[in-house]
Design a protein around this ligand. Structure first.
Ligand SMILES: Nc1ncnc2c1ncn2[C@@H]1O[C@H](COP(=O)(O)OP(=O)(O)OP(=O)(O)O)[C@@H](O)[C@H]1O
Length: 764
């Protein structure tokens, strides 16, 4: 028998032994869950038998309350035991499918040699001896980090160096080892090749078995306040974030829960794409949001410019936008708000019934607001004003009850409405006059609730006018010519903002500033609880937005990941992003990591796509083989559709999912329509709220962010369609979505942005 066979046999035996123990544990847990369930049911059905009921008068007596409480506690304990066992069972069930994926042998100085196995979670025998180590345990780090020989890892007691003598990887299916490799590399290419060779699906997968060394650094970083990751398309940024969240939840278990972690992602489609990764690793998903959701939920009365409009709005790269997106603009707002402490807050009248005569005039509100001491800050001022207004509101109740509308209202009440006003059905009054007084007061208080709510919600501040006032003040606070902005253009811009406000519409480059001004004026409480904030696809955020997120989550540690080469909304502005935001964090606590290797695509595809970039030379390809990209030039639309259908046919035969990526939504609709006419099955993804499905998709570029497909067809890649230099990032984003096969179709001349070494593609 060869040594390899020997080893394999040995490992299979070990696996069988572990599996046996796992199954025994599973049976044990299942039965204890059953009995816990039974007991809880029993308790529940006898709940009131055991509780001493003693209803005396209106309130439950102390003894009854205590008895209910005790019974409840008993139930809760059972419930907890049950929950704990159920969680354990689900872990064990996962382990049963794949107990572990690696083994490392190592020796610590002056200690005996050790062998450990690493899996998705830990598993111990009755004596608490670990048979499987969680991949996030300190010692597991050596599997990801080191080559054979001396290697260090961080333990809770500090750095420990060991001598690693073996590193073995397993592929296990249905209790059988189907493949195993001994490797000297951090993670052997062989294993990675196997994993990457698997077909894509509508759901992202965890990379826990093959985390790369550089990725591991991101995952296990606990020191940085700002961890900034710049990584090529497909270098595993998104994968690393999700693994990092799982790691942090493990590392700080008991202190950190998934609700203390928030992740901002490019769109809803993407959220859907990644939603299974954490649950597969046995963790709960974090709070997930898009920036649009984050701001729009606070402005229910306004329409906030959406992704679609933002993409189609070509003015986005003007000098004015650049200025409004900058940290300078953020700081200007702060200054402006400070000056409001002395004067300048714009108020609104508050009305009640009479639409002509205000209930509280704006002059009176202003007088109240500025009557407070000048060392008040803005938020105290607003609180005091609110209180003052509520006091005067209460004072007005009496005089209001004497008005004619109140007695009219009482006359017109139905018996049912009347009954609802009394405190008790049998309420008695000394006289009719007293009863009328009581009812009048009730009616007035109810009607004034609207006014009360307006005060409570700070609706006496004229926010829109205030924001416009700020924009008007900008030229006095800063020299706009430094931003290449003419005064007249600025005035025109203000007028445009005003017009859109009148239509209750707000642009993306106003919304954060608008909310920030509101927050500064009202002292809205920011979220001190959030401990970790993750921002994926950072290149599509403006410096202003990042400042605003930092302001909203002052205690959170930030992880920002992105590829400045894929900036499809902010375009070239993104280059200065890191510089602009680095000022927000302590430089000592800022770590910047670069990921240069692309794992998504085959060597042929990466070699092609990286040339599209002006600075793409840093991107390394991973040695996985596939066909070269194909360029299809055809003379007219009929011919391009024919080619499209031919490629789809080939891809489907080869069992590949294909995304046809168009520049915008309009052309995606046209393509989908044409395919439908020809009875070719394809799903149009028109909004981010749709679901990803198997089969062929037609999708506009800005919704394809962060996703990947076996095969991509770039539609209408002509010069006419893509010619601006700032569309480079867009073309790169589209083409880098492909894992295995890329076809590019166009009529007439091809886009100059696709001018690359002809050796790297084939023309068909
Ligand atoms: N260490 C790894 N082991 C196995 N697969 C990996 C690894 N790293 C990345 N991948 C795979 O590479 C692909 C790209 O990863 P991911 O989407 O995380 O990259 P990204 O950097 O976020 O890409 P983009 O910026 O283009 O959206 C995924 O299929 C992922 O599973």
């Amino acid at each position: 028998m060869t040594k390899a066979m020997d080893d394999r046999e040995f490992e299979q035996k070990h696996l069988d032994k572990i599996l046996k123990m796992i199954r025994a544990k599973k049976a044990e847990l299942s039965s204890s869950i059953k009995s816990a369930e039974g007991e809880a049911q029993d308790l529940n059905s006898h709940f009131f038998d055991d509780v001493k009921l003693d209803y005396d008068g209106y309130s439950t007596s102390m003894e009854t309350a205590l008895s209910i409480h005790q019974q409840q506690q008993l139930l809760d304990e059972r419930q907890n035991a049950w929950q704990h066992a159920a969680k354990q069972l689900s872990t064990v069930q996962k382990l049963e499918q794949k107990p572990y994926f690696a083994r490392v042998d190592f020796k610590e100085t002056n200690e005996k040699p050790e062998t450990i196995y690493i899996g998705l979670s830990s598993f111990a025998d009755k004596n608490n001896h670990f048979l499987i180590y969680d991949w996030r345990a300190p010692i597991s780090s050596i599997y990801y980090d080191g080559k054979i020989g001396k290697v260090s890892y961080m333990s809770p007691e500090g750095e420990i160096t060991v001598d690693m003598t073996k590193k073995r990887q397993f592929m296990i299916e249905n209790g059988k080892i189907i493949n195993m490799f001994d490797t000297n590399e951090s993670i052997g290419d062989q294993m990675l090749l196997e994993v990457l060779g698997e077909k894509s699906g509508t759901q992202m997968k965890s990379i826990v078995t093959t985390i790369q060394r550089e990725q591991n650094k991101i995952i296990r970083n606990t020191s940085a306040d700002l961890l900034f990751v710049q990584g090529a398309a497909g270098s595993g940024k998104t994968s690393a974030i999700l693994q990092r969240i799982a790691y942090l939840l493990y590392r700080y278990r008991g202190n950190l829960t998934s609700s203390d972690v928030i992740m901002f992602s490019p769109n809803q489609l993407f959220n859907d794409y990644i939603k299974n990764v954490l649950p597969e690793m046995g963790e709960q998903n974090m709070v997930q949001m898009t920036y649009w959701q984050f701001v729009a939920r606070r402005l229910p009365g306004m329409t906030v410019e959406n992704l679609f409009d933002q993409f189609e709005d070509s003015k986005a790269d003007s000098a004015i936008s650049q200025f409004k997106d900058s940290t300078n603009f953020f700081n200007l707002l702060h200054h402006y708000a400070k000056h409001l402490n002395n004067r300048g807050v714009i108020f609104k009248n508050i009305y009640f019934r009479n639409k002509k005569k205000p209930f509280f005039t704006k002059e009176k509100i202003s007088e109240l607001y500025y009557s407070f001491n000048s060392n008040y800050n803005l938020s105290n001022r607003i609180d005091a004003t609110r209180e003052g207004l509520i006091k005067s509101l209460n004072r007005k109740i009496n005089s209001e009850t004497k008005k004619a509308w109140v007695s009219d209202a009482i006359q017109n009440l139905s018996q049912e409405q009347l009954n609802a006003l009394y405190d008790r059905p049998d309420q008695e009054f000394e006289s009719e006059e007293k009863e009328e007084k009581f009812l009048s007061r009730k009616i007035v208080v109810k009607a004034l609730d609207k006014v009360f709510q307006q005060i409570r919600r700070n609706n006496f501040i004229n926010m829109r006018a205030q924001y416009l006032n700020f924009l008007r003040a900008v030229p006095k606070m800063t020299d706009l010519s430094k931003w290449r902005i003419e005064e007249a253009d600025w005035q025109k811009h203000i007028e445009e903002v005003k017009q859109s406000f009148m239509k209750h519409y707000i642009h993306m480059n106003d919304v954060s500033a608008y909310l920030y001004l509101y927050d500064l004026m009202t002292g809205r409480h920011v979220d001190y609880e959030m401990r970790y904030a993750f921002i994926d696809e950072i290149q599509d955020y403006t410096p202003f937005q990042l400042c605003y997120l930092k302001y909203n989550f002052p205690r959170a540690k930030f992880t920002m990941l992105g590829d400045l080469n894929q900036a499809i909304f902010t375009k070239d502005e993104s280059r200065s992003l890191l510089k602009q935001i680095s000022g927000l964090f302590d430089p000592e606590k800022t770590d910047v990591v670069q990921l240069t290797k692309s794992y998504r695509s085959t060597k042929q595809l990466t070699e092609f796509t990286k040339q599209i970039l002006r600075q793409g030379e840093k991107i390394e390809s991973f040695n996985r083989q596939g066909p070269k990209p194909a360029l299809w030039q055809r003379s007219d639309d009929t011919a391009t559709i024919k080619v499209l259908e031919q490629i789809l046919d080939e891809n489907t035969q080869a069992n590949m999912t294909t995304a046809i990526i168009t520049k915008d939504l309009a052309s995606a609709k046209i393509v989908a329509e044409k395919l439908k006419e020809d009875k070719v099955k394809a799903t149009l993804i028109a909004t981010a709220n749709q679901r990803l499905v198997d089969g062929t998709l037609v999708i506009p570029s800005y919704l394809a962010k962060g996703l990947e497909f076996d095969a991509v067809i770039m539609w209408a890649a002509s010069k006419e369609n893509y010619h601006r230099i700032d569309e480079t990032q867009l073309v790169y984003t589209i083409t880098s979505r492909a894992m295995y096969k890329l076809d590019i179709i166009y009529t007439n001349e091809k886009s100059p942005l696709l001018e690359v070494d002809p050796e790297t593609y084939i023309e068909k």
